[in-house]
Write a protein of this length. Sequence first.
Length: 250
Amino acid sequence: MFAGLPVRTLLKETLDVFSLCTMIRNEGTQGVLMNHTSSSSSGFGVVRLAGRVLLDMLYPPRCPVCERILLPEETLVCRQCADSLPYVEEPFCMCCGKPLLHAEKELCADCETRGHLFHEGRAVFLYEKKLRLSVNRMKFLNRREYIPFFGKCLSDLYAGMQPFWRAQCLIPVPMHPKKRAMRGYDQAVLLARALSAECGLPVEENLLVRTRLTQSSKKLGRSERRKNLRGVFRIHPEAVIVQSVILPHR
């Protein structure tokens, strides 16, 4: 079950299990259930903190963009990359969020000529090389330690949009169960949880159901992608539809 897991990720998950076992041993199962929201109860937080310090000494956290080891005063991303992140800035399309060349325009050429199945979209970053490689490492090389960085970036963007969007929940677009089993995790779900921890919106992980396995759309054109995804998702029969934020996975 641990095949392909990076050492740091494996040790982190082992540490979490060990800390929980320590808490159960000290308080019993009922005590854990009653106090699971308190990280300091019965030494659980102390054990976890000590383990994280040791883990950082053995396998220090790295910048998710350049992979340089983070200095003690740096959090989530190194200072150099933090100062040069390719944020999407105005002017951008008021519909899809794509950068525009001219400030007097409101919509990009695509949104002027094509309809969408969403009201408004935004992106944190331009999809440039370093960010593209970082996202690929997170998705395909099990670099789940990048999730807090991307979750914080999404939260910062959402904070400015919340007065207008008034979203009620987060809906990660699901992977097919076979693909999730092969990868070992669903990055959209992990991102939604990280964003939820930052902004407080609940995550509806089971609202969408993926009905069939599709081919990768990475090399497909617009019409091919639409055809590839047609009829792939359905709403869970017991779901209640609300205004929401959707986190797609590429």
